[in-house]
Design a protein around this ligand. Structure first.
Ligand code: ATP
Ligand code: MG
Length: 629
């Protein structure tokens, strides 16, 4: 079957298509209906069927491969490494589930997980899934205010946390932030379960805080059977990154998600039981949910949970892991690859990477330079994928498991099966043809695995995602894009990253791509800045490959002129940035996303906003200095 046929079937006969894919997982009780769209835009998948994510990720493999590695927890921060087989993982998850039950957690209750990248975090997620509790993992990098907002939204009965995480060799305390957050929250949890890593001293609040090690010792032989859940029961709530504003609580189901992940592991990631998958993300993000914890395990693969940076002890660390554990599929983000690119390539050449079949990258636009470089170094296909917290799995990519489809530089790929992707003209609401720019939208119903709703707020789900075009009810991705004649999409930036210069609407991404084509530029951020005359102007912040070439004011000015000329030539004078500043670092979140919102705020003399997930605050100092110079 060609990919085109496969895709067409998924769109024209979704019930037939997904009925077949649903056979990739175990069902305790068969579903009566594949798809229920009686209340659009809400979609219910596999109605009446009963299954369980933990069963499919863990128990299911006990029969055939109990002693195969399931979870490999590596920390280059504490220099520890431990492999759990499926049987061992099963035992740990049952212990954790028994502890949760002993603390009063029941089916449907929320459990907030605020943890570093340690095995216990995965145990906690899987334990929730096992007993039908709803987990809400909050990224460990969030500080108390962001955490308090999420506590109040999820209203957990239990929070699972640890004394501290560790980053770059330094302990990062979690417990004090958690205590502050609970104090600030209107809905404090009944209990806090704490993993004591002995990285920081902890003050336990009596009656509320309990120690994991102590309780685990009491539940060594715990046997907690799987709670079978209706396919549309809630599995988890995960907040979006909040790159553009107030985070939304993405709520997901059980059956649809399990099927979607199993299908993606087969058709997109092509992973097989017994192989090892290495996603370098964090469990606090959607990639961590779908492709560190659930996806690989559902596919019977071993999954690596990595605590540490890509460059400690040196920039060869990831590749040494690939060699040691014979990783076949790796998943990362362009930003991490750009970090590696700054280090000597010999560190990579030291290792035997012959097990690796492909590297998948997602989360932000993949520029050609980065893609070419890593492809050259690794000698494996580099596969971009475009998706969102909301969708849980790729919207655009290449489904290598169905047919060998080629990647196209600059494009994350074609529409994945199940997603009826279209490009919509924002003002007319009409569908754009090939080569026409518009908003990337999806015709409902969304495929299995995507968000069910905004947690606790159906109306916000409808208003936010499904009410943006006059003509039709379409899911908006809030990204600009364009499709070429062969069906490859190109993402041009977020809809709120559009700059309106004297009535011309320009995507920041287009201007960035143009600037990046200048031989001296290694990375650039463009933002729209208020301007009395033109409404907005584009302002660029560029990182140079050789910063010494712009050491003097004269050199800077000359280079700025050159960059502007490139934009003039490629996009026209209207897109020319009013200023090109040279910096050595750009403000990014710890998940690698550019904080355009903050750059823009600084340029407009406003407060930089919520910076709790910023990677390095000194990047903003540079922006401030550049702007005020
Ligand atoms: P929020 O919605 O709270 O503002 P966010 O959109 O950054 O946060 P995520 O769901 O983590 O949160 O990110 C999804 C977004 O990341 C996409 O909508 C898109 O803008 C961008 N993105 C993801 N993958 C790619 C890719 N391969 N190429 C280009 N952009 C991508
Ligand atoms: Mg988003």
């Amino acid at each position: 079957m060609t990919y085109a046929d496969f895709y067409q079937e998924s769109i024209r006969q979704p019930e037939k298509f997904w009925d077949r894919e649903a056979q990739l997982i175990d069902w305790h009780r068969p579903y009566q209906q594949v798809l229920d769209t009686s209340r659009p835009p809400f979609a219910r998948w596999f109605v009446g069927g009963e299954t369980n994510l933990c069963h499919n990720a863990v128990d299911r493999w006990l029969r055939t491969q109990p002693d195969q590695p399931a979870l490999i927890a590596i920390s280059t921060e504490t220099n520890t490494e431990k492999t759990y087989s499926f049987a061992e993982l099963h035992a740990e998850v049952q212990r954790m589930a028994a502890i949760m039950q002993s603390l009063g957690v029941k089916q449907g209750d929320r459990v907030l997980i605020y943890m570093p990248m340690i095995a216990e975090a995965a145990f906690a997620m899987l334990a929730c899934a096992r007993i039908g509790a709803v987990h809400s993992v909050v990224f460990g990098g969030f500080a108390s205010k962001s955490l308090a907002t999420r506590i109040d939204d999820a209203q957990p009965v239990l929070i699972v946390s640890a004394d501290a995480g560790m980053r770059g060799g330094k302990a990062v305390p979690y417990k004090p932030l958690l205590d502050d957050a609970i104090a600030a929250a209107d809905h404090p949890p009944q209990h806090v379960l704490l993993v004591n890593r002995r990285l920081d001293t902890m003050n336990l609040v009596s009656g509320r805080d309990v120690d994991y090690t102590t309780l685990r010792a009491q539940h060594m032989d715990a046997q907690v059977p799987v709670t079978w859940l209706e396919s549309n029961a809630m599995s988890y709530v995960l907040y979006t990154s909040g790159t553009t504003g107030k985070p939304k609580g993405v709520q997901r189901d059980v059956g649809g998600y399990a099927v979607a992940l199993a299908a993606s592991m087969k058709h997109i990631y092509c992973g097989n039981p017994g192989e090892t998958y290495f996603a370098t993300s964090d469990i606090g993000w959607v990639v961590g949910h779908s492709y560190i914890v659930y996806g690989p395990l559902i596919a019977g693969m071993a999954t690596i949970m990595y605590e540490g940076t890509p460059i400690r002890p040196d920039a060869g660390i990831w590749w040494s892991i690939v060699e040691k554990y014979k990783v076949t599929r790796m998943f990362s983000a362009p930003t991490a690859i750009r970090v590696l690119k700054k280090h000597p390539p010999e560190l990579m050449k030291k290792y035997d990477l012959s097990s690796l079949k492909a590297l998948y990258l997602a989360g932000e636009p993949l520029d050609e330079t980065t893609s070419d470089w890593i492809a050259g170094e690794l000698g494996v296909p580099i596969i971009d994928n475009y998706w969102q917290t909301e969708t849980g799995w790729p919207i655009l990519s290449v489904a290598r498991g169905v047919e060998h489809k080629d990647t196209r530089l600059g494009s994350p790929g074609v529409a994945m099966y199940g997603y009826n992707v279209c490009i919509i003209n924002e003002s007319t609401g009409a569908e754009c043809g090939a080569g026409e720019k518009g908003v990337v939208a999806i015709r409902g119903p969304l495929p299995p695995g995507c968000m069910q709703t905004v947690y606790g707020d159906d109306q916000r789900f409808v208003n936010t995602y499904w009410s943006n075009f006059a003509q039709e009810q379409l899911y908006s991705t809030f990204d600009w894009g364009i499709r070429d004649a062969d069906g490859y999409y190109f993402i041009l930036g977020r809809t709120d990253d559009v700059i309106n210069v004297a009535g011309h609407r320009l995507g920041t991404r287009e201007i960035e791509e143009s600037i990046s084509s200048h031989a001296q530029v290694s990375e650039v951020a463009v933002v729209g800045v208020e301007d009395k005359l033109k409404g907005q102007v584009a302002v660029a912040f560029a990182i140079l490959k050789h910063p010494e070439l712009a050491a003097t004011p004269e050199q800077k000015l000359a280079l700025e002129g050159e960059v502007m000329a490139v934009v003039d030539r490629q996009l026209g004078a209207v897109a020319r940035p009013s200023r090109v500043h040279f910096v050595t670092m750009l403000p990014k979140t710890r998940s690698g996303k550019l904080l355009r919102r903050s750059i823009q705020a600084i340029c407009e003399g406003r407060d930089a906003g919520d910076l709790t997930t910023i990677e390095d605050p000194s990047s903003l100092t540079q922006i401030k200095a550049a702007v005020s110079a």
